[in-house]
Write a protein that binds this ligand. Structure first.
Ligand SMILES: [Zn+2]
Length: 288
């Protein structure tokens, strides 16, 4: 049996603001993870009433081209704020762990910071890497995925980090999860992002430091093989845009095509546990 082929729900545009009062958080190891993997879906849910926050795990210190590490940190910090602004995310929390070294971070500390933020912001829904995605090579990605998954339920436990409750925070579990992956994963939800493809693209273009690195590194690799790509032979802004038209918009079109949609993003979606809710719906009676 192919365990990666389950039932897929298509999430389409909703009328009005059905998600008003709900809170989402994107937990992204790196700034450019946001436009590539979830920018369209996040823009959609915010437009439909969610309040959104961005938790960036690393300082992205190793992702730039031709500038110093200090300049890289500042460039990516600024780009991240612009990505958040474009998508309608209300605030950015930079955890600022060192790039490519998240596997060196004490996991209970990282998890504790997420638990605090989930309780403080009363997060209902998260977007992050799939802890069960296959063949992920980047420790920033797979460690973040595992810490998010654990923090989602632990944030609801009364006896975890009781000092946070003494500071006024109440236990608050996360109930919905949209997980993305670079490799094979169990896809259970496909979000139609056709109305939001321009915002996804705009957010991608705001990641100038990181996408600029992708463009120039690719040009260098090709030049070493005696080749070039005509779409990259332009000024930086144009080259970045043309690169993203192929590798960001083009990818969203490929995902959409498989489901009869113009543009889509796909996720391993995990909703509230129905086993207790169904029994409660049937059998609960008023307290008095
Ligand atoms: Zn990443």
């Amino acid at each position: 049996m192919d365990i990666l082929k389950g039932e897929v729900t298509i999430e389409r545009a909703a009328r009005g603001k059905p998600h008003r009062g709900k809170v989402l958080a994107v937990i992204a190891p790196h700034s450019d993870d946001v436009p590539f993997f979830c920018g369209g879906a996040v823009a959609k849910l915010i437009q439909e009433g969610y309040t959104g926050y961005l938790i960036r795990v690393t300082n992205d210190e190793k992702d730039s081209y031709g500038i110093t590490m200090g300049e890289t940190v500042l460039g990516n910090e600024r780009d991240t704020r612009e990505v958040a602004r474009i998508l309608g995310l209300k605030q950015v929390f930079d955890l600022n762990y060192r790039n490519h070294r998240v596997d060196d971070v004490p996991r209970t500390e990282f998890r504790g910071r997420l638990i605090l933020l989930f309780r403080l912001l009363k997060v209902d829904t998260v977007f992050s890497f799939d802890p069960w995605g296959h063949y992920e090579e980047n420790p920033d990605h797979y460690v973040t995925a595992q810490m998010v998954e654990a923090a989602c339920w632990m944030a609801g436990c009364r006896m975890d980090l009781p000092e946070q409750q003494a500071a006024g925070l109440k236990p608050h579990a996360v109930s919905e999860k949209y997980y993305w992956a670079r490799g094979p994963q169990l896809v259970s939800r496909v979000v139609d992002i056709s109305p939001y493809i321009d915002l996804k693209m705009k957010a991608g273009c705001a990641n100038v430091t990181q996408i600029g690195n992708m463009v120039h590194s690719l040009k260098d690799r090709l030049a070493a093989q005696g080749k070039k790509l005509p779409i990259l032979e332009a000024d930086d802004e144009t080259a970045i845009r043309q690169f993203l038209e192929v590798f960001l918009v083009g990818e969203a079109a490929k995902v959409g095509q498989a489901y009869g949609l113009k543009y889509a993003e796909q996720f391993h979606y995990i909703g509230p546990d129905p086993s207790i809710a169904e029994y409660v719906d049937k059998h609960a009676v008023p307290l008095k």
